[in-house]
Each structure stands twice: as structure tokens, then as C-alpha cells.
Unconditional design. Structure first.
Length: 134
């Protein structure tokens, strides 16, 4: 059971016998085949690692940098590139209320409701008074 778990873990991580050097190829074509077979799983692991670094490390790292210029060296398989990374200050937060097109004050609608209610009460009293006089 333990050996099976170890073998399964090793195969899933791309560490096959060819990658570990546990095979003995006899001719040139066998050497090339073993080399190609061992590089494919490792390439997938390398790409997954680069994606992890890009997703997790880059955002966290950039948040730790202060405002200003920072020298950057990018090392790749084809050479080294030098550059300067500029971190700019975040814009100040806006505290103004956005325009909605609603220009009425807070008291306009309650005043209109009271005026309407007063008018209805006044008309109701007039009607009642005119019915008594008839």
C-alpha cells in the first residue's frame, strides 16, 4: 500500500523513472525518446509553478512596494533583461455624491402630501357645510 502511494505520487508529480534517471537507454534514439518523455511532465509542472507565482506572488509582492522607481531584473533561459518598475500613488478616494438628477429637497414631497391632505379636508368640510345649508 505504501509503495503504491509513493509510486502514484511520484507519477502525478512528473517524476517518472526516465526523469529520475532509472532507465539505461542503449542507443541514440532511445536516449532522445527518454529525454523527450521525461521533459514533458516536467514542463507541465514548470508551467503550473509559473502560473502559481503569477497568481499568488505578483499581487502580494506589488502591494509591499513603496511609491517610486524600483529596478527589475528578469532572468530567463535566453538571457537577462533589466528594467525599471514605477509604482504610482493610488488616487485619493472620491467622497462626493454622484449626480442622480434628483434636484428636489428632502421636504418637498412631505410638504406636497400635507398640502393635498389639507385641500381634501377643506373640500370635505365645504361639501358638508353646503349640504347642511340646503
Amino acid at each position: 500500500m505504501v509503495d503504491r502511494t509513493i509510486n502514484y505520487s511520484r507519477d502525478m508529480m512528473g517524476a517518472s523513472d526516465a526523469a529520475l534517471g532509472n532507465v539505461k537507454p542503449e542507443n541514440t534514439s532511445a536516449i532522445l525518446a527518454v529525454q523527450k518523455a521525461s521533459s514533458a511532465p516536467l514542463e507541465l509542472q514548470r508551467l503550473a509553478f509559473y502560473q502559481f507565482v503569477e497568481d499568488a506572488f505578483r499581487a502580494n509582492f506589488l502591494e509591499t512596494l513603496s511609491v517610486g522607481l524600483h529596478p527589475v531584473n528578469i532572468v530567463s533561459g535566453t538571457g537577462i533583461t533589466y528594467g525599471i518598475l514605477e509604482i504610482k500613488a493610488a488616487p485619493p478616494p472620491t467622497t462626493s455624491v454622484p449626480k442622480t438628477g434628483d434636484g428636489m429637497g428632502i421636504y418637498t414631497l412631505p410638504a406636497l402630501m400635507l398640502l393635498s391632505a389639507g385641500t381634501i379636508i377643506l373640500l370635505a368640510r365645504r361639501r358638508k357645510a353646503s349640504q347642511k345649508s340646503d
